[in-house]
Write a protein that binds this ligand. Structure first.
Ligand code: MN
Length: 195
């Protein structure tokens, strides 16, 4: 089983996270940030990764530290749980329609960080409860950085800001599911290693 867990405490956040890449899309959250939980639930459900997250952060300031640190910890655990990446598909891409919104995500579990977002400005979509819309960009970038993956996100079009955000997290989940699935071709790189 590809499982990883950790506990991390800083002056800004306390995070306990456990993930299982070979799970069934079961999730348990205790974060005090409802919209963030809603988005993480889409990653879990559509990637099949079980996620158990306890988070306490300095949300009396804003949710920045909490979301960013969760992305860092999730990325690190994802990298750790993947192990040597032998016999996995490695690449994953999904174009996901959500009503009037269409979003494409493409990932490569390459071991090398790259992040590109193309689409409507996520920092100009206000707040969802206490969650600032600009945190979605932060989450994606920090997750990709610490998971050491190549992540491209394109929102082709869309009007409803809830749909735009949700389509990103769902497409990310589907892309992850494809990339981490079993294959039988050994190491999916002619280089012979994927760091
Ligand atoms: Mn929703």
């Amino acid at each position: 089983m590809r499982i990883a867990q950790t506990e991390r405490k800083t002056n800004e956040t306390y995070i306990k996270l456990k993930i299982n890449l070979d799970g069934s899309g079961n999730y348990k959250f205790d974060t005090e940030i409802p919209f963030f939980e809603h988005m993480l639930s889409h990653i879990s459900k559509h990637s099949g990764i079980d996620i158990d997250l306890f988070l306490r952060g300095d949300i009396e300031i804003d949710c920045h530290h909490s979301v960013e640190d969760t992305a860092i910890v999730f990325g690190k655990l994802f990298y750790e749980a993947l192990g040597d990446k032998k016999n996995i598909f490695r690449y994953g891409s999904f174009t996901l329609p959500m009503d009037e919104t269409l979003t494409t995500v493409a990932i490569d579990l390459s071991g090398r960080f790259f992040f590109k977002y193309l689409g409507p400005d996520l920092s100009k979509m206000g707040r969802f409860g206490i969650y600032d819309s600009e945190l979605t960009y932060e989450f994606l970038q920090k997750f990709a950085m610490h998971a050491r993956i190549n992540l491209h996100v394109i929102v082709h079009y869309g009007k409803n800001r809830h749909h735009i955000h949700e389509s990103i997290f769902k497409a990310l989940g589907k892309s992850i599911r494809i990339a981490i699935q079993s294959d039988h071709l050994g190491m999916p790189s002619t280089k012979g290693i994927l760091e």
